[in-house]
Design a protein around this ligand. Sequence first.
Ligand code: SF4
Length: 327
Amino acid sequence: MTNQTKIEWTDFTVNFWEGCQKVGPGCDHCYAEARDVRFTGGSHWGPGAPRRKVKGGIAKLRKINRDAPTFHEAHSHWPRVFCSSLSDVFDNAVNPAWRAEAFREIALAENVRVQLLTKRVGNVEKMVPDSWFEAGWPAHVGLMITVVNQAEANRDIPKLLDLKARLGIPWVGLSMEPLLGPVDLKEWFGSAPYLPGASTHVGTDGFERQDIGGLILDGVDWIIVGGESGPHARPMHPDWVRSLRDQCAAAGTPFLFKQWGEWMPRDRCLPILPEDLTVWPNGKTGGGIGSANENGGPGWPSIKVGKKRAGRLLDGIEHNGFPGALA
Ligand code: SF4
């Protein structure tokens, strides 16, 4: 059996190429770029940099697909595959022939549950193959976008839900890692822009939704939240995570808490130590002293203990929600 990944929300990663360009604050400390520097000299990041084709990516996906029945027997779910963990499938600078080849293979891998994750939701419609419009978006492929703060949520979630409705994407999700500020998602759970004349139905979560031509306009199906890891990681305020947990619970949306990351919240009652960093509700960080009035409320002391020690318990509970399509 092919080696599994330790990433909590998937079983395998498959990469067809490596290389990318930073497009937002979530990319600031890109793990894949650091890896590229370490293993290949670091020449595959940026607008003019050539991307590097990964040998064996296609063969790996085919093998996971072939072995899927055995995997299902052992794990009671079909193998989840994150394509691509070291690049962005919807990167403008990649050779279009590589992307076409990747999409062909993804469409053929019907025994796996493909998790596409992008920071370029605006490119999706123009880059997916024509066959995904003509024959329909493959039922085993879901689409996720990265959302690290409220500005990205406001900008990109409407685009994601519009694509879901128009292209018939079976499930969509948000990867909120690294979470860099508080985010209010209530507007998008089980909701859609109002379309006059559309009939409606009430979902199992109690929300009213619109039916248009047999297509149900649905909300976000899955939320993954995580703090940042790596040497330059930024801390995450525990109330940001708690709020998303509670919003998901209220909407009946599966919630997976991936990790605290490099920093872990300290007990507020303990004295602030010199190595603590205070993270403020508005996303700013600094030393131990700062004004609650200026920063949206009381700051929270965090200590850098490393990803492993920080773990992934939120108020003592491990959250491992998955959408029905991946269960
Ligand atoms: S989109 Fe992903 S792979 Fe590309 S630079 Fe940003 S974090 Fe790195």
